[in-house]
Design a protein around this ligand. Structure first.
Ligand code: HEM
Length: 605
């Protein structure tokens, strides 16, 4: 019986193998983490957990567990967190020629040729185990979900520069070499498609909300995307909203100055304060993105910031944290049985929608009060009405679609920038020489710009390099995904059209084959002359934190400018330091973030 069970789940013959499933009374036992994930508020008594009990009030057979009827839909999005061991048994799972796969790991960039020089088949791509359900269990047992970025890095080290993965309901081919990435993007077509976050789409469908561009595909996506590009990506739009971001960044620094003055200690003639700045950075990110979206301040730096906005920030965090487990589980089933994991996810989205709706209504009323004034007159009176105002005035998108997209932009604009800012302060703090170099450039540029924020940023490329470098080491989304529209060859393996391919940004950013001295924080590596040299050597496709091409992040210009401006004003006012130069531990909750937010010392200059 046990032998049969082991065969069925492709387990090791060795009963001591940590990867084997515990079989208790015919039920599959899972660790406490899974219980916690599906019932986030429930305390479990011991380490073991019955998967079936996760699906409250529902009974179903083991067919679901064995994955006999799995779909070919692929998944996995962003991921991260530290783990004890590699989440796979490479020796057992590499199809056809395990030794070759291991050797491949030594030269990750080298294409493997078949013995006869032929292109190898898709099935020959090394993989991490055939059964999605066994892999799912293993993932949970070994904490891979919160350490997905590290899992990817270790898997590439073990299997070489390409591997297949099947976890739960999701399958993907994972790659990390620039040459393969280029090949993939060349076959993305006119309507690039990435992995759909199904739980988000299901929320919109069940609540009958329209979908914004994040969740759309095909011609519908393209039509809406082109209209949005005009308001957030084009240089004319950037020119309009840059002063708004600058105003919020300056206010943040004034607020910090006052706090250091009030609560700080005097050290060697300087006042300094050591804090975890993350709550303030989250407020900054929301204030800045709302200023751009609605053209007005929401007052998060006032002495009594609105509790509603704080609740919005918490709702976004909750929505992000509950997404990854739902990607691997049958979330529609969880919805039907009212499982707490789904309920919490949907409630977080509901809160995000109702908060955004209230803001949009307020913005709409404000805009109505401007009726009769042309946009130029308003601009001359300093009344840029934000992305919302621009979209409403042009009237090319329906009100429903405007709402859907503004809500997406609002939800997408908080953690994505607040978290890289935490990492930036940490890296600048533990690299004082780099910090000084960036500050010198910023000072000169600021002095020459005469208060024009755009000129100031243009004159300080090291600021841009800092953000690129942070996103290389700590990519907010750990993968970018594409479904090629035609068959392609990656690492000499045939990859059919429609396969979900994940570009794994964390291993890419830390690969010694792609970056010289990859562990070093060096904003100068992105200088245009050094970059040209890299491109000439065929090493383009290395900075992909915002994705690529027509489907790249639509909030990119907002995010880049917002982060650069804040760092610029901080560097002009403070010296930053950290008490320990130890590496920061990271965790994955749909975005990559510090396990514990770093404490930063701000010393007035
Ligand atoms: C450092 C900050 C950010 C990073 C690293 C980031 C990263 C990404 C990535 C990797 C994608 C997928 C791109 C692709 O498939 O090629 C994306 C899409 C998107 N991002 Fe961002 N993002 C950031 C900030 C923002 C901000 C501030 C907003 C909103 C103001 C935003 C809104 C969106 C939206 C709406 C999409 C979907 C675009 C589409 O499908 O056409 N992001 N982002």
């Amino acid at each position: 019986m046990r032998a049969h069970f082991r065969r069925k789940y492709q387990l090791s013959e060795n009963p001591k193998d940590i990867n084997h499933l515990r079989s208790v009374g015919g039920k599959v036992s899972l660790p406490r983490e899974l219980s916690k994930i599906i019932h986030p508020d429930t305390k479990t008594k011991d380490d073991s957990f019955n998967l079936l009990s996760a699906f409250q009030g529902l009974s179903f057979g083991t067919a679901v567990l064995t994955g006999r009827k799995h779909s070919r839909t692929n998944v996995f999005l962003f991921g991260t967190a530290p783990q004890k061991a590699l989440c796979m048994t490479a020796a057992e799972t590499v199809a056809d020629g395990k030794l070759e796969a291991r050797k491949g790991a030594q030269g990750a960039g080298v294409r493997k040729r078949g013995v006869d020089g032929r292109v190898r088949s898709f099935e020959e791509i090394p993989h991490t185990g055939r059964s999605g359900w066994v892999n799912l269990v293993r993932f949970w047992r070994e904490g891979c979900f919160t350490q997905l970025h590290k899992h990817m890095e270790r898997t590439f080290n073990a299997l070489g520069p390409i591997y297949r993965e099947h976890v739960g309901t999701h399958r993907s081919v994972n790659i990390m070499m620039p040459s393969d990435i280029g090949e993939l993007f060349r076959s993305e077509g006119l309507h690039p498609q990435r992995m759909t976050l199904q739980p988000w789409a299901t929320h919109r469908e069940t609540r009958q909300h329209s979908k914004g561009i994040f969740l759309k595909n095909g011609e519908e996506w393209r039509a809406d995307r082109l209209l949005l590009n005009k308001e957030v990506m084009m240089s004319a739009a950037v020119k309009r909203f840059l002063p708004l971001l600058d105003e919020v960044a300056r206010d943040f620094c004034q607020m910090l100055q006052a706090r250091v003055e009030r609560e700080g200690r005097r050290e060697a003639g300087k006042r300094s304060l050591t804090i975890d700045p993350s709550p303030d950075l989250f407020r900054f990110a929301l204030e800045a993105s709302c200023h751009v979206l609605y053209g007005e301040r929401i007052g998060l730096f006032s002495s009594s910031p609105s509790l509603e906005s704080q609740k919005f920030i918490w709702a976004v965090e909750r929505m992000l944290a509950t997404t990854p487990p739902l990607l691997y589980l049958p979330h529609r089933l969880l919805l039907r049985i009212g499982a707490p994991l789904w309920t919490q996810h949907a409630a977080a989205w509901d809160h995000i929608f109702s908060h955004a709706d209230a803001r949009i209504k307020r913005g709409y009323q404000r805009l109505s009060s401007f009726q009769g004034q042309g946009s130029e007159a308003r601009a001359a009176g300093g009344q840029y009405t934000g992305v919302l105002g621009q979209l409403m005035e042009k009237g090319q998108l329906s009100l429903d679609l405007i709402k859907a997209n503004i809500t997406e932009l609002m939800a997408g604009g908080v953690d994505t920038t607040a978290v890289p800012l935490q990492f930036s302060l940490f890296e600048l703090g533990r690299n004082p020489e780099v910090q000084e170099r960036v500050r010198q450039q910023v000072r000169t540029s600021w002095a020459q710009a005469g208060g024009d924020p755009q000129k100031a940023l243009q004159g300080a490329p090291l600021l841009k390099g800092t953000i690129k470098e942070i996103l290389r080491l700590y990519p907010v989304g750990i993968t970018v995904q594409r479904m090629p529209i035609k068959d392609i060859v990656l690492q000499n393996y045939h990859v059919p059209a429609g396969t979900m391919v994940h570009i794994c940004l964390y291993p890419l950013g830390r690969s010694a084959e792609v970056f010289e001295d990859p562990q070093r924080f060096d904003p100068g590596r992105w200088s245009s002359s050094r970059e040209e040299g890299q491109r000439a050597e065929g090493l383009g496709f290395r900075s992909l934190a915002f994705g690529f091409g027509a489907r790249q992040c639509v909030g990119r210009r907002i995010a880049e400018n917002e982060m650069q401006l804040l760092l610029m004003h901080i560097l002009l006012s403070f010296h930053i330091s950290v008490s320990s130069s130890e590496d920061i531990k990271t965790t994955y909750t749909l975005i990559l973030q510090p396990e514990t937010p770093p404490r930063i010392t701000f010393s007035k200059l």
